[in-house]
Design a protein. Structure first.
Length: 362
């Protein structure tokens, strides 16, 4: 086993190539959480027909794109702000709110804490408990809110646990946060993969709550991380105005604009994606539930967290074993509250999923 200090993100294929001597083209990434169907056929066909779009500037207000996003999410275009990936919007919301003390549900994506630190803020974590299957106890969580917290960040469904908070529980959280003047940022990167999107998504809550912003992107569900197209949904007009005032003009290029207007309307692709992920999520959860080597945590998104329960086996060893076969999983030892006995993998096509399951269980 190679001893190294690197912990690889799903985009770190060049690092893998250098350390392991495996060509990145030969790696199946179960770490990136990207739709295994690849990009939308409607997008692939349509973008070639409209490639001349790069000869002109895009509409700096992105009216058509925002309307497509609004129709897709069942909201109003005035409540949509676009960004160069959801990462830019995470940064902008945090820059505007300037939180002195932010609360984050953990373990989760590390970018939130990094952005808070960049504005001089302090991050505290509310840990999701393994004994509760990493599901949030809403009442207990609300009891820990206080006036000295000015921002709450929730990834829903959460990465890497795969657990989710339904809209009914989120409403309770928003009510409590309103009392303490806490702004809530909900990252819904993985919500479109959920079995029942409407029951989990907080988009409908933006109609009655102005203390919430929802972040989404096209990297995962629409398999286009290189497009760098993200968007936020927020009914707080002052907040939207401030985001647009600070944001550089034309951060979304003409190709991304055309891509967005195509992918969000590809109903057949959207349906096929949800059916594939639903079937593989159920199948793989059953497989690992019957294992004596792992404990799976029931996922709501397109990936699953596994606890290694076999003595003497570590996440690093499993990563090494899998990558040597060209299969890249996520060693979760760098996530807060998770140690060297947790791994995560996303659902790819059935043949590759079976190959990974056989390797992990063998």
């Amino acid at each position: 086993m190679i001893k190294h200090k690197d912990h690889f993100h799903g985009s770190d294929l060049e690092k893998i190539e250098k350390i392991y001597g495996i060509k990145k083209e030969d790696i199946i990434s179960f770490s990136a959480n990207v739709n295994p169907l690849g990009i939308s056929p409607k997008l692939k066909k349509g973008i070639t027909e409209q490639i001349d779009c790069i000869s002109t500037y895009p509409d700096r207000d992105y009216r058509k794109l925002r309307q497509c996003m609004a129709d897709y999410c069942s909201t109003e275009a005035d409540n949509i702000v676009v960004g160069n990936g959801s990462t830019e919007l995470i940064s902008l919301f945090i820059q505007i709110k300037q939180p002195q003390k932010a609360l984050i549900l953990g373990p989760t994506y590390s970018e939130y804490e990094r952005e808070i630190a960049l504005v001089g803020g302090k991050t505290i974590y509310y840990p999701l408990k393994e004994e509760n299957e990493f599901k949030l106890n809403t009442e207990h969580f609300i009891s820990k809110l206080s006036e000295d917290i000015d921002m709450l960040i929730i990834c829903n469904p959460n990465n890497p646990t795969g657990t989710a908070i339904n809209a009914h529980e989120m409403r309770k959280i928003l009510d409590a946060c309103k009392e303490y003047d806490i702004f809530v940022m909900v990252d819904e990167t993985y919500v479109e993969f959920a079995e029942d999107v409407k029951s989990i998504s907080s988009v409908s809550l933006t109609r009655t709550y102005e203390n919430i912003a929802i972040l989404r992107g096209t990297s995962k569900f629409f398999a286009s991380p290189g497009l760098r197209l993200g968007y936020a949904i927020c009914s707080n007009a002052d907040m939207i105005h401030e985001i647009n005032r600070r944001k550089d003009p034309w951060t979304i290029n003409s190709i991304a604009v055309i891509a967005g207007t195509l992918m969000f309307t590809d109903e057949e692709y959207i349906k096929e994606t949800r059916e594939l992920i639903s079937a593989e999520r159920e199948r793989l959860f059953k497989i690992f539930s019957e294992s004596t080597r792992f404990k799976p945590f029931k996922p709501e998104g397109n990936f699953m967290l596994l606890k290694i329960i076999e003595d003497g086996l570590t996440s690093g060893e499993l990563f090494d074993k899998c990558i040597r076969k060209g299969l890249m999983i996520r060693d979760c030892s760098t996530f807060p509250y998770l140690g060297e006995n947790f791994i995560r993998f996303c659902f790819m096509n059935p043949e590759d999923n079976t190959k990974l399951a056989s390797l992990l269980l063998g």
